[in-house]
Write a new protein. Sequence first.
Length: 193
Amino acid sequence: MIEASELARGMVVRVEGQVFRVLEVEAKAAAAKLGGVVKAELSNVKTGRLWEARFRPQERLEDLPVDRRNMEFLFHDGSTCTFMDPVSFEQVEVSDEIVGPAATFLQSGNQVPVEFFEGRPIHAMLPDIVEARVIQTAPPSHSQQDSAWKEATLENGVSIRVPLFIAPDERVRVDLRTGRYLERVHPDRKRIA
């Protein structure tokens, strides 16, 4: 059992008999005679429905154990991604709702931490930024305009907008949260994280 003030992103808790994964947490301090409040955005593990919950900071919640395993991505088929445990070779299908928009950017062989609750996958921990190769776009032009963009198709079939100087066969970094171009990948430069 934990107090609501100890909630953190990524935890799995039981509230009123339902199991939820914590997506976001915001604590507000007490003001005058009013007590503080902990606001949490929760996702129901079984239904995927979102719930904006409010708890008193001292309210007790049941913290549930989550099994996290590194899985190898095998392939994407329709609305599911198939992962394999590299130790036991067990294959698990994870729905696109759990993987999110990153499903189209996964490539065979990628290692992805997957969280399981009671033997069921509930979350795939993917990076916020991925690299992809541009396969089709207009020829590059070096314009003085910083705000000019053009359409580009990536190797996974996703279309994004890129700056005019990007050429076909170049690699770019894409923010998975927004689906937007971030920068060109320079193979001769090391990226500092």
